[in-house]
Write a protein that binds this ligand. Structure first.
Ligand code: NDP
Length: 255
């Protein structure tokens, strides 16, 4: 198989949580461009359907939206069931859904802490569990968690201890799942972006300038800058890569 052919996803089915906008939409588009059937799983059903229609119209691949809340186990079970009913398998899961709320640790309520952990970490485990059961049945797959460089560093000046903990948690989850599920042919890897220009970023000009001052690149990443790495980790091109975290941050963490 040629190198290019190894990136082909023809006939594969990928679930992308939070695939309706931002990084998730760019990854969903990339997977679809490479031939995958894509299922977009986010809470706002209308936004999900709109993104699915838009992607299908540009790539001509099967694309669906299944309204999903990753913190609700029944909703995740229904997502996986609907995906298998429609496409027979789940070959790729991208755990991308995530939130970030800026508030100092000493002011954060336990409820606020728990909300972030539920979406960013427990939601990823729940989706991995039910997609993983299908992958075990069908002989393998690729799970990709969208973590963050925040898994490894403190962010400044924004304050979000819950976010940092959730992303660090994804590191442990990835390592352990890669180990436990290797025997089933399931690879598990993380993508750790730096600052990407999406709605999750604060629009405070001073904060944004502080971040830019720390970067080797002059601009924040675009969501489309992250998509090729998702295609690589989803495809046979990365068949020997598992249990890894790949930082893609424009050199932010170099200094
Ligand atoms: P966005 O805010 O644009 O996207 C977040 C997505 O998550 C939305 O599609 C949202 O859809 C979905 N979502 C939130 N909560 C839930 C839920 N309970 N169930 C299902 N879907 C949910 O942000 P980004 O694209 O920037 O973020 C995507 C991922 O990338 C996140 O995990 C984030 O932490 C990570 N990341 C982002 C960076 C950045 O600089 N932008 C840097 C490093 C990591 P809906 O509200 O309809 O449910």
């Amino acid at each position: 198989m040629s190198v290019l052919e190894q990136f082909n996803l023809d006939g594969d089915t990928a679930i992308v949580t939070g695939g309706n906008r931002g990084i998730g939409k760019a990854m969903a588009t990339g997977l679809s461009e490479m031939g995958a059937n894509v299922v977009i799983a986010n809470r706002d059903g209308e936004a999900g359907q709109q993104a699915a229609d838009e992607i299908a119209s540009t790539t001509d691949q099967e694309t669906r939206a299944v309204p999903t809340d990753v913190t609700d186990e029944d909703s995740v079970v229904a997502l996986v069931d609907e995906t298998v009913d429609a496409f027979d398998s789940v070959d790729v899961l991208i755990n991308n859904a995530g939130v970030a709320f800026h508030k100092a640790a000493e002011e954060k309520s336990l409820e606020e802490w728990q909300t972030t952990i539920d979406i960013n970490l427990t939601g990823a485990f729940c989706c991995a569990k039910y997609a993983g059961l299908e992958m075990i049945d069908s002989g393998g797959g690729s799970i990709i968690n969208v973590s963050s460089m925040s898994a490894f560093i403190a962010n400044y000046p924004q304050k979000h201890a819950d976010y940092q903990a959730s992303k660090a948690g994804l590191e442990g989850l990835k390592t352990q799942l890669a180990s436990e599920w290797a025997e089933y042919g399931i690879r598990v890897n993380n993508i750790n972006p730096g600052y990407v220009n999406t709605g999750i970023l604060s629009d405070d000009p001073e904060e944004r300038q502080t971040w830019k001052d720390e970067m080797l690149q002059t601009e924040f990443a675009k969501p489309e800058d992250i998509a090729p790495l998702a295609v690589y980790l989803a495809s046979d091109a990365s068949s020997y890569v598992t249990g890894e975290s790949v930082t893609i941050d424009g050199g932010y963490t170099v200094r």
